[in-house]
Design a protein around this ligand. Structure first.
Ligand code: NDP
Ligand code: 2IT
Length: 444
């Protein structure tokens, strides 16, 4: 049995109730077959066994009081997965579906994503099964304060630096930061995605969506192609989706559809992003409102139908496993040329296989959505240097990082006999740096 197969079997036996974690681990380890062959020393050092086991998992109670005076209890998580190349870094997700399997899959992906950025950040992830939807600002604040009252002892600007993810945006980061500062009496860069008035970086809000489009644009450029005139479908209507839409439109594409978890909007004239921003950012409302406000736009209940809309470019930007085999078949049948993953692991293994067979240019999440965390690392640099860069300085660095990641994964894929397979390229390029650092640091 090969080393990879053995590690995978052990992982399945050890983590039988963690399907998302196993899905992510299986994809990564399968890509690393040729790496393990070239580096027999990794097996001796049990490198992959260590790589797939988090350095630390913190699980805690988060009690809080809602507006009616009722006591509520949620569960909090922080998985500190790998600190070989830098302090743990990764977002916090607040969503009712959050469990250990999801946080571990996100943490494992984050190790390689952060490595791909070329910046000194390790991998971590956290969150809670708390649902911010429908909660008042004061309820969200009390929850965030309770969450941080435990989390503060595990994080720090040189130890572990959380940020946002699903359900955690500027409002939540503000409340979390306020409580950390109050407990620790330190105004430091312990969280990224902070507001501009208290140490945040320009362009962090836009970074994940813009970065996704920059990488897709580079993949197009290498094929003598571009966004101009392209029809684009984007799933999600949150932070990543909105700024992917903004940049794709700025480059001349027509974005025709978006969704939230209730249903999707289809506007064949092109989405009016200012209306989406008002509904989703200012009012915290539902995307169905769009059809009531924009003449000619359609609203359809349910999400999956979005992938039946013909497009040249599909950018899944909502959540894991939102794009399955049947949806991928439909996209291919309708002529999709590029798929860029803004969300983490949005395409199922069956979906990826469909795109592979069809020759669709497929840009995997850990490369394509790395612009967010890369800009978080730029925020950390600005914080510790007590300096601030302009929007265009940060945006320029972001674009450079995305182009670099594209080139590195493309090169790694070629070097390991998988030309054009960016899933393999991203996994290999991200892993080699972490492996090198882990080997140098001994058995830890
Ligand atoms: P937001 O909370 O801002 O937006 C999430 C969007 O996805 C919302 O429109 C939400 O709809 C929708 N969504 C969430 N869960 C589901 C579901 N189960 N089914 C259908 N739609 C769903 O989160 P972000 O935009 O920040 O994150 C989106 C994705 O991008 C996630 O996978 C995240 O891990 C990833 N990501 C985020 C980064 C960042 O910097 N923010 C960086 C890199 C990756 P609704 O409002 O109805 O719940
Ligand atoms: O998935 C991700 O990369 C994020 N949610 C962003 C993490 C960060 O630390 O900025």
């Amino acid at each position: 049995m090969t080393y990879i197969r053995r590690v995978l079997e052990q992982l399945r036996a050890k983590n039988p109730n963690e399907p998302e974690f196993l899905q992510a681990a299986e994809e990564i380890l399968t890509s690393l077959g040729p790496v393990a062959e070239r580096h027999p020393e990794y097996e001796k050092a049990a490198l992959l066994e260590r790589f797939t086991e988090p350095e630390r998992v913190v699980l805690f109670r988060v009690p809080w009081v809602d507006d009616t005076g009722a006591v509520r209890v949620n569960r909090g998580y922080r998985v500190q997965f790998n600190s070989a190349i830098g302090p743990y870094k990764g977002g916090l997700r607040f969503h009712p579906s959050v469990n250990l399997s999801i946080i571990k899959f996100l943490g494992l992906e984050q190790i390689l994503k952060n490595s791909l950025t070329g910046l000194p950040i390790g991998g971590g992830k956290g969150g809670s099964d708390f649902d911010p939807k429908g909660k008042s600002d004061m309820e969200v604040m009390r929850f965030c304060q309770s969450f941080m009252t435990e989390l503060y002892r595990h994080i720090g600007q040189d130890t572990d630096v959380p940020a946002g993810d699903i359900g955690v945006g500027g409002r939540e980061i503000g409340y979390l930061f306020g409580q950390y500062k109050r407990i620790r009496d330190e105004h430091v860069g312990v969280l990224t995605g902070r507001g501009l008035s208290y140490g945040g970086s320009l362009a962090r809000t836009e970074a994940t969506g813009y970065g996704l489009v920059y990488m897709t644009e580079e993949a197009m450029r290498c094929r003598g192609d571009g966004f101009k005139g392209k029809t684009v479908v984007i799933s999600g209507a949150g932070n990543v989706a909105i700024y992917a839409c903004e940049k794709a439109q700025a480059l001349g594409a027509k974005v025709v559809a978006m969704y939230d978890s209730d249903g999707y909007i289809y506007d064949r004239e092109g989405i009016k992003l200012d209306v989406v921003k008002t509904i989703k950012e200012a009012e915290r409302g539902r995307i169905r409102e769009y059809a009531a406000r924009v003449k000619g736009a359609e609203y359809h209940e349910g999400c999956r139908g979005i992938w039946g809309i013909p497009c040249d470019v599909a950018l899944p930007c909502a959540t894991q496993n939102e794009l399955g085999g049947a949806s991928a078949e439909l996209l291919v049948k309708n002529g999709v040329k590029y798929v860029g993953e803004g969300a983490n692991m949005p395409t199922t293994p069956e979906g990826i296989e469909v795109f592979r067979r069809a020759g669709t240019v497929f840009l995997p999440a850990k490369a394509a959505n790395a612009g967010g965390v890369a800009t978080s690392a730029l925020e950390m640099a600005q914080s510790s240097g007590r300096m601030f860069w302009t929007f265009s300085e940060v945006d320029e660095k972001l674009r450079g990082i995305m182009v670099n990641i594209y080139r590195n994964m493309d090169r790694a894929a070629r070097e390991y006999g998988a030309e054009g397979d960016y899933v393999a390229g991203a996994n290999i390029a991200g892993f080699l740096k972490v492996a090198d650092a882990m080997m140098a640091q001994g058995i830890v």
